[in-house]
Design a protein around this ligand. Structure first.
Ligand SMILES: [Zn+2]
Ligand SMILES: [Zn+2]
Length: 333
């Protein structure tokens, strides 16, 4: 009997599927790429043909310009690619993010892409799919990573603002997914004032709006006076937290929304005064709980801190291996 998933060929630059002659999230340009979501470490430019959800294709178009060829695949639709039945199932990571479910030779293999299990008001929730081989990420694959309640973290930003009406709260957040999620959570907590954004967030925020995620009143922070920005929430990409751009803000309380804020050293490195532990990735309990739920014969770990997860699988009689895909984690937080 062949080993589970023997028809899948993991490669450092992505996952190659010979019976369908396609790649999943390849790092180099390929003739046919199936893309789980729009983050730069998964969705590269330069492929001849891309299959992805309509939202992921729209994100890639916003970031890279038009593709020569693309095939939108709706969540739940089954496409035949070569000898493989392929479907895209929500991954709960960012807008449009999907797991790729493949059926071939009587086996089901699921590539999770990046995922999380907790509620995110900007995207469809992760949907567990029972499978023979579960190919998972492990960005936060250590028991120390247990993300707190998201609303409680966002509330800290509002409390800091209320206590410091002459300052602003500057929140560093990645441009795709995290920024929009933080804004949406702020709205859900009753913050309906304009939120000021760095120019690098503008296009993706407006795309989210076009795709039906209402972010409320957003104003470009560029060119605004210190007085206008007092008592306001301002969002920027993490790289702008400590650069010249932020010096024009009124005595900002520097915050950052990331799963890495669990580690004090990381917060200090970025001079973050208000760490907000908000991650778009599964924490330890979500990783192990998901594996239990989908019940695979084998677990393959694409990237992240895989050792503890491999050990956890082995103590539960689940075969597990690390794939060591390269070039991941550019936007993983
Ligand atoms: Zn991602
Ligand atoms: Zn990633």
């Amino acid at each position: 009997m062949p080993t589970p998933g023997s028809w899948i060929k993991p490669h450092p630059g992505g996952i190659y599927v010979p019976p369908g002659d396609f790649w999943i999230d390849p790092s180099d340009p390929q003739p046919l790429a199936l893309v789980t979501h729009g983050h730069a470490d998964h969705a590269r430019s330069g492929h001849d043909h891309v299959m992805a959800t309509p939202e992921t294709l729209a994100i890639m178009e916003t970031r890279y310009g038009e593709y020569a060829e693309s095939t939108p695949v709706q969540h739940g639709e089954v496409m035949r690619v070569g000898e493989v039945d392929v479907s895209f199932v929500p991954a709960g990571h960012v807008l449009g993010s999907a797991q790729i479910v493949m059926d071939h030779a009587g086996e089901r293999v699921v590539v999770s892409g990046d995922y999380k299990r907790r509620a995110d008001p900007t995207c469809a929730p992760f949907q567990p799919v029972a499978c023979d081989v579960f190919i998972t990420e492990a960005t936060f694959g250590l028991p120390v990573f247990r993300h707190p309640d998201t609303a409680g973290e966002v509330e800290k930003a509002l409390e800091a603002l209320a206590a410091n009406p002459d300052r602003c709260v500057l929140i560093g957040a990645y441009a795709l997914g995290k920024a929009q999620r933080v804004i949406r959570h702020l709205r859900d907590l009753g913050h309906h004032d304009p939120i000021y954004i760095h120019g690098a967030l503008e296009r993706l925020c407006s795309l989210y709006g076009d795709l039906g995620v209402d972010l409320g009143d957003l104003i470009l922070a560029t060119g605004k006076t210190k007085d206008e920005l007092r008592g306001r929430i301002v969002l920027s990409p993490p790289g702008a937290l400590n650069d010249r751009w932020s010096r024009r803000l009124p005595d900002p309380i520097t915050a950052m929304a990331s799963g890495w804020m669990r580690i004090r050293q990381r917060a200090r490195q970025r001079n973050v005064e208000l760490p907000l532990i908000i991650s778009d990735h599964a924490d330890w309990d979500e990783l192990t709980g998901t594996i239990t739920e989908v019940g695979p014969k084998e677990v393959w770990v694409t990237h992240g801190r895989e050792d503890a997860l491999l050990h956890w699988c082995m103590t539960r009689q689940i075969k597990a291996r690390a794939l060591h895909l390269v070039g991941r984690e550019d936007e993983d937080d």
